[in-house]
Design a protein. Structure first.
Length: 151
């Protein structure tokens, strides 16, 4: 079995992240691995109207969003990843699935542990599944952690 030294744990700050973190923590403790936390925010590609004012507002909001996400990741790591070395806490903009795969490919990640959200039917069709796209596009093993689903 290949050595696992670095695990990527994408987070969206939902209750599902805690369950995925439990798995990432246990694997990291057993393997002596580090964990990278990654939060991807959607990228705004266009701005209408008063372009300069809106771009400034967006830039300020992006900085604020990164600051809040970093604080949330720090608290999340202290609570859910106790005893595990968290190597990086990263906030980036873009398409979540693409950015997760790109990060894994460029940061020596050996495993991704990702939460799913138990979407079914039309909800899954229209909302899509980041976890599904990561599983299909990743070059490293992906552990998809499903929360208890109520049918």
């Amino acid at each position: 079995m290949p050595e696992i030294k670095r695990i990527l744990l994408p987070v969206v700050f939902s209750e599902h992240d805690t369950l995925a973190a439990d798995y990432a923590r246990q694997i990291a403790l057993c393997a002596g691995a580090e964990v990278d936390l990654l939060h991807v925010t959607p990228k705004v590609d266009f701005i209408y109207g008063h372009e300069m004012a809106l771009q400034t507002l967006h830039k300020d909001f992006k900085g604020y969003e990164e600051e809040v996400a970093n604080k949330l990741m720090t608290a999340f790591a202290e609570k859910s990843l106790a005893g595990v070395q968290v190597k990086n806490r990263v906030v980036i903009q873009g398409n979540p699935a693409d950015e997760i795969i790109h990060y894994a490919n460029h940061h020596e990640i050996q495993m991704i542990v990702i939460a799913t959200h138990c979407r079914k039917g039309l909800d899954a069709l229209f909302v899509g599944s980041v976890a599904d796209r990561v599983i299909k596009g990743s070059g490293v093993p992906v552990l998809a952690v499903h929360p208890p689903c109520h049918i």
